[in-house]
Design a protein around this ligand. Structure first.
Ligand code: ADP
Ligand code: MG
Length: 346
């Protein structure tokens, strides 16, 4: 075992391939508060749910509707699958002149550039030309040619994305660049939803967009905490471990929910921007961090960096922890020491 390997707590879990996050509690009462769950709704290409503490159903419904409306707005703006969304439109012309963007998109781009620098380009929202090829491959079952891959690579690179924060504009240094904020927008939307719930007076809540989860305030679990299960995506209700969280977020990136299969081989939707190829080493990455936007960006970052570099990065960051599983040994969870305090011990 390597020096680093020894540092992590390695837990063997047989027959469990990869993990997804699931929520353990639906509806409970605590200190005269009831917890209300919205049920799963389709949003941002995945399923979203909100749980709130409220004094009655009417108040809960108000909280839930407000948060969903806000998340829809973010999706309308940042959905690069929609050719008419502002983010798609800006990608068409930003090589010609600076394009005005919303304060929200400025924030998302700024945070993205921070993670690009931190990861030396492993995380990169200019990966759009490469994810376009991946999406085409998923549809047609045909791999892109070497020429197409090298053409796409030449359009990718965060250093070619020029953000003018003061004037709120974005410019591309090269034609054909394309922004894809799919690895960070869900976390960002979760944080905004939590903010509006708190502003409206919710004393506790949890927002979950496709496994990007943040909880705040009073929860339904023991000690008012929120209990979140790390579960096997292939077996319903098979929980690998339980996390006890408060004022924290957790996000999971994996190769099991979105992938393309060609010639019996599976290709993850997470791309290494340098090679334009799908990542292979990690089957599942869960990151725990105070903000959902950071957990989201980091779970993708670690997926690209791989176990050694990825976990080393997580250990350098304050209040941040990770649980990963490799494709080679999918039954084994590897945790950074920071995870310990969140794991529920039965
Ligand atoms: P999910 O969308 O399943 O929650 P992620 O948060 O890991 O998973 O985001 C993956 C998405 O991010 C991909 O579908 C793609 O749109 C985009 N993406 C892929 N590779 C990268 C990368 N290296 N850096 C930034 N974004 C990426
Ligand atoms: Mg992500």
């Amino acid at each position: 075992m390597t020096e680093r390997g020894r540092k992590f707590l390695e837990i063997g879990v047989s027959a469990l391939i990869a993990a997804a996050l699931g929520v353990l509690f639906w509806h409970q009462s605590r200190n005269h508060l009831d917890f209300y769950n919205s049920g799963f709704r389709e949003m941002m290409g995945t399923f979203t749910q909100i749980t709130v503490a409220a004094r009655d159903e009417q108040q809960a419904q108000g909280f839930i509707d407000t948060a969903f409306e806000l998340m829809k707005q973010i999706n309308r703006e940042m959905n690069d699958h929609d050719p008419n969304s502002p983010i798609s439109q800006l990608s068409l012309t930003a090589h010609l002149q600076p394009v005005a963007v919303s304060p929200e998109l400025v924030e998302v781009i700024e945070t993205s550039l921070y993670y690009s620098k931190l990861s030396d380009g492993a995380f990169d929202i200019t990966v759009g030309p490469e994810t376009q090829l991946w999406r085409r491959m998923q549809k047609t079952g045909q791999k892109p040619s070497d020429d197409e891959l090298s053409e796409a690579r030449s359009k990718v690179g965060y250093e070619k994305l020029i953000l003018d924060k003061a004037n709120r504009t974005v410019k591309f240094a090269v034609e054909g660049m394309k922004l894809d904020v799919g690895a960070i927008a869900k976390g960002y939307a979760v944080d905004l939803a939590v903010k509006i719930l708190q502003e409206r007076g919710a004393v506790g809540g949890m927002v979950d967009i496709g496994g990007n989860i943040r909880c705040f305030g009073t929860g339904p679990g023991k000690g008012g905490l929120w209990l979140i299960g790390l579960q096997d995506p292939r077996k319903d209700n098979a929980i690998l471990l339980k996390l006890r969280l408060n004022e924290m977020s957790v996000a999971t990136s994996g190769d099991y929910r979105r992938f393309a299969v060609i010639g019996g081989q599976s290709y993850s939707h997470i791309i290494n921007p340098r090679s334009a190829g799908s990542v292979k080493e990690l089957a599942s990455v869960s990151v725990i961090a105070p903000l959902a936007v950071d957990a989201d960006a980091l779970s993708t970052t670690v997926s690209v960096l791989g176990k050694e570099k990825g976990l080393a990065l997580i250990e350098r960051l304050k209040d941040t922890a990770a649980i990963v599983m490799t494709t080679q040994e999918p039954g084994k969870m590897i945790q950074t020491p920071g995870t310990e305090r969140f794991v529920e011990k039965e």
